[in-house]
Design a binder for this molecule. Structure first.
Ligand code: SF4
Length: 770
């Protein structure tokens, strides 16, 4: 104690000497390691000061005529803590700080202390500090979002302290300089929640408790196509004003009623704004310097603000984040400012996003849009306009012939809602058409050079169209397929490089920025092997990877029951007997659960057939998911005890806590449908068995676990999961492996047991809802 006092007293003297302070001060005590309390004594009055070592400043806090005593000491501390000069001193061990935040500060604000959340946060912090790729699976209920936000905040606090000590950053000079982190997620709902709820709540707690001295800042980043462009808006509205058509008048009225941009420039915030209108008033691919709004453009101001270094968190989706890393790797101007950490939440969706970003797409619509934009920009005499129009028309004709030729090669009868990607071969004839298209595009570029050069957007469109077409000349080292073959307008040809995982490794995993990958479901029954190979992480040196799996705190054994049906034959959606058996079994389960059921399909056509057979026999309100999926989920949540036939997005990301969803029927094991990408992967295995074991089965299991995760969303939720797939019945070949991976659940094949379960876990009111 004495030694510490002596050291601190000499620190005090050094500080005073350095700052030329010749007054006589008496050392009193040191508080929270960084604050030296001292007094300047005078015959009539004592003045109390504090030297703040971290901030390198001195503040006067009180004057008193009384002699210094323990009582005065207490008051001095209280008074000082209330000043802006005080900030909590970081403990030596950052893990202690993480515990302090969760166990003291957040708990005092009403958060439940969850030991596995704290462990997860520590592991995430360690991953950041060690510059690792940390795979942190966190099952539902763990609280992963706060775990990584706290880990990032703690990392930033210690990093700032380190930089400050090293003289790289001083608090006084760089008070608002953050240590930015990127948070990339798949869903916009989670991005909004992070920016609007998670970060502000934590920020308030930390500010109130003097852990931080300014609010945390999180900014949502998204592509320019989401933002409002005044110039394009003016153009559209002036056209609408001059039009005599009723439909244009109506649109003008609707647009005026929305009062854009009074509520901000983010077009996603204007509900009811149709997609085709957004495309007419959003920010173009490139702004013209000649734009009359350029100097005061709200979008440009927003981008300057979003890119500045004041934000602690840059929040975006996976596509945006990957686009940034690609630009970073190529040394181009980046979308996101320099950052020290990247959090990839909903990381199971990263490989899908990588396919879109590393892949190429040439759509029939691209040519339509490009030719329309050029047509509206053409200026010249009649002959010039006529010839230009002829050239554009012949480009459209070639485009149509190209896609029709590709579509003619496939069996359209075999295309259903499950086949999103159709393998296709680009033959000699189609290549000739591509070549013709390329020639005519170059010809148009030359002929309309003056008009094109007046618009950066048009220049970019022509460049991109050429690049897209050239991609499809190559047939080596790419996998390509057709999408939307039933629509002349939307049909597209797409491709990805066969070495996608290598490219991800080069661009993303090797860029030296520590990354935390998290999600409720990243592992299959054999760990992270499948996920790592799918995302290209298996190419990273093992010493730079850390892994953790955080189990859900929920009591599945008591609160949930897994019913595996023995009453449904092998899945065959062409077979009436199968569909009838499904409908019968669904009705039995719905009755046992008293409604409150979601029936989850992998195929919309199967959903429709079963729905038609079952809906009149169900005693509860019945809903069916269609394209306006969001509304139907809301309707289900508000309904009380209805039965929803669902597919698509309901497999993940939908949250229905409470009794509303008490029974989840999974009709089929969600095995992936055959795609050209899977066909390519299959070729890498000597035997089909291995391909199923290492690719198909893990993919199915991860999706199954995600689907099952919809049921129990909080500690008090209770309910049933029913799987109606013969392949995990007693005679099924996947029973052992699937049930082995779902060992948290009690399993039954008895509907009587299901009924008894509901009677045990639900309150009386559950059974008597209207
Ligand atoms: S500067 Fe760009 S975004 Fe802004 S009004 Fe002009 S064209 Fe639109």
């Amino acid at each position: 104690m004495f030694e510490i006092k002596t050291t601190d007293e000499s620190i005090m003297q050094q500080y005073l000497k350095k700052h030329g302070n010749r007054n006589e001060f008496r050392y009193l005590f040191t508080f929270d390691k960084n604050y030296i309390f001292m007094v300047k004594e005078n015959r009539s009055i004592n003045t109390y000061y504090v030297i703040c070592l971290m901030r390198n400043c001195m503040v006067a806090i009180a004057k008193s005529k009384q002699v210094y005593s323990d009582d005065i000491k207490k008051k001095l501390i209280e008074k000082f803590i209330a000043t802006p000069a005080y900030q909590v001193t970081l403990p030596e061990n950052p893990n202690a700080m993480i515990e302090f935040i969760f166990k003291k500060l957040m708990a005092a604000s009403g958060f439940t202390i969850r030991e596995n959340q704290i462990e997860l946060s520590k592991m995430m912090y360690e991953g950041i500090k060690q510059n690792h790729i940390a795979i942190c699976e966190a099952e539902v209920g763990t609280g992963k979002t706060y775990a990584y936000i706290v880990a990032c905040v703690v990392y930033a606090l210690y990093e700032r302290q380190k930089r400050s000590k090293a003289g790289i950053l001083t608090y006084l000079d760089n008070e608002y300089c953050s240590v930015p982190c990127v948070i990339s997620t798949s869903s916009i709902d989670l991005q909004n929640a992070i920016v609007r709820t998670y970060v502000p709540i934590l920020s308030d707690i930390l500010l109130k408790n003097k852990v931080i001295d300014r609010p945390l800042s999180a900014v949502l980043r998204k592509g320019k196509e989401h933002y409002f462009c005044q110039m394009r808006y003016d153009r559209l509205t002036s056209y609408l004003k001059s039009s005599q058509k009723a439909v244009d008048r109506e649109l003008l009225y609707k647009l005026s009623a929305l009062k854009i941009p009074d509520y901000g420039i983010d077009l996603d915030e204007y509900k009811g704004l149709k997609n085709h209108i957004v495309q007419k008033i959003n920010v173009p691919k490139a702004c013209e310097i000649s734009c009359p709004y350029y100097k005061e453009c709200q979008y440009i101001k927003h981008m300057d603000y979003a890119r500045s270094s004041i934000h602690d968190f840059q929040v975006c989706n996976h596509n945006y984040y990957l686009a940034d890393t690609m630009k970073r790797a190529k040394g181009k101007h980046t979308l996101i400012p320099e950052h020290s950490v990247a959090i990839i939440d909903e990381a199971h969706k990263l490989p899908d996003a990588a396919m879109q970003i590393f892949g190429k797409r040439f759509s029939s619509e691209d040519i339509t849009i490009m030719t329309n934009v050029l047509k509206s920009n053409l200026k010249g005499n009649k002959a010039y306009l006529q010839i230009a129009k002829m050239k554009l028309d012949s480009l459209s004709v070639l485009r149509t012939r190209f896609f029709r030729s590709l579509v003619s090669k496939i069996n359209l009868d075999a295309v259903d809602d499950e086949t999103s990607q159709i393998g296709i071969f680009i033959g000699h004839f189609e290549k000739m058409l591509l070549l013709e298209m390329l020639k005519i595009i170059e010809n148009i570029q030359e002929y309309c050079a003056v008009d094109i050069s007046k618009s950066r957007t048009l220049e970019i469109m022509f460049l991109e169209a050429k690049e897209q077409i050239e991609t499809f000349f190559r047939t080596e080292n790419i996998i390509y397929w057709l999408e939307n073959p039933l629509s002349d307008k939307l049909v597209s040809i797409c491709c990805i490089p066969t070495d996608l995982e290598d490219q991800l490794h080069k661009v993303l995993w090797k860029n030296g920025i520590p990354k935390i990958l998290t999600s409720g479901t990243l592992s299959d029954d054999r760990g992270f092997t499948y996920f790592k190979s799918n995302a290209g992480i298996d190419k990273v040196n093992k010493n730079f990877i850390s892994e953790m799996s955080c189990r859900s705190p929920f009591d599945y054994k008591n609160n949930a029951l897994l019913y595996v049906s023995e009453n449904v034959p092998f899945p065959d959606k062409q077979c009436n007997e199968y569909i009838e058996a499904l409908a019968d079994e669904i009705i039995r389960i719905v009755d046992a659960a008293y409604g409150h059921t979601v029936i989850l399909f992998t195929s919309y056509s199967l959903l429709s057939r079963v729905y038609e057979l079952a809906r009149h026999r169900i005693k509860y309100p019945v809903l069916k998911m269609d394209k306006s999926e969001k509304n139907i989920v809301e309707a289900f949540k508000n309904s009380g005890n209805s039965v929803l036939f669902a597919t698509g997005s309901f497999w993940e990301g939908v949250d229905c806590p409470g009794d509303i969803l008490s029974s989840l029927i999974i009709v089929n094991l969600p095995f992936p449908t055959p795609t050209p990408i899977l066909e390519h992967r299959k070729k890498q295995y000597a035997e089909l068995k291995e391909f199923i074991e290492f690719i198909i089965f893990p993919e199915m299991l991860i999706k199954l676990k995600q689907g099952m995760g919809r049921l129990i969303r909080c500690e008090t939720d209770t309910g049933l999961i029913a799987i109606l797939d013969f392949r995990i019945s007693k005679k099924g070949k996947y029973r052992k492996r699937v049930l082995g991976a779902l060992s948290d659940y009690r399993v039954t094949d008895s509907l009587d047991e299901v009924k008894a379960f509901f009677r045990k876990v639900k309150r009386k009111e559950y059974f008597y809802q209207d």
